[in-house]
Design a protein. Structure first.
Length: 126
């Protein structure tokens, strides 16, 4: 997968999150500083993940400390790259109109190349 980016702006990517009840496409911020993929609680529940049984992870956000259920996504797809058993947090956030993060729990399985001259980001399987 290859896409352009604007220096100094958020890099947005389309991801597909899979669960027991199907799959959902969403736009996510590519965030190498985030330890986990993060998706909204509503989306996780609608995909069939049981948040009531998920362990809580304590996070410090700009608004203070919060708890977020931690689940294991059965599959996550970015372009033609598929990653299985991806740890993810379920947290309702909004960052520039986007409610999901593509964090290191998925990115650790993806090779990312940034070409600043062409302003392109490429993601492939390692």
């Amino acid at each position: 997968m290859e896409q352009g980016y604007t220096p100094g702006s958020l890099v947005l990517v389309r991801i597909r999150v899979h669960g027991r009840n199907g799959a959902r496409e969403m736009q996510a911020v590519l965030d190498t500083g985030a330890s986990f993929v993060t998706i909204p609680q509503r989306d996780a529940a609608e995909l069939g993940y049981d948040l009531s049984r998920a362990p809580q992870v304590r996070l410090t956000t700009a608004n203070g400390p919060v708890g977020a259920p931690k689940i294991i996504l059965s599959r996550l797809t970015v372009g033609d790259i598929e990653v299985s058993d991806v740890p993810a947090l379920c947290l309702d956030l909004e960052l520039a109109g986007v409610s999901s993060l593509l964090g290191m729990s998925a990115l650790a399985h993806i090779r990312i190349v940034i070409d600043p001259k062409q302003r392109l980001i490429s993601m492939t399987r390692p």
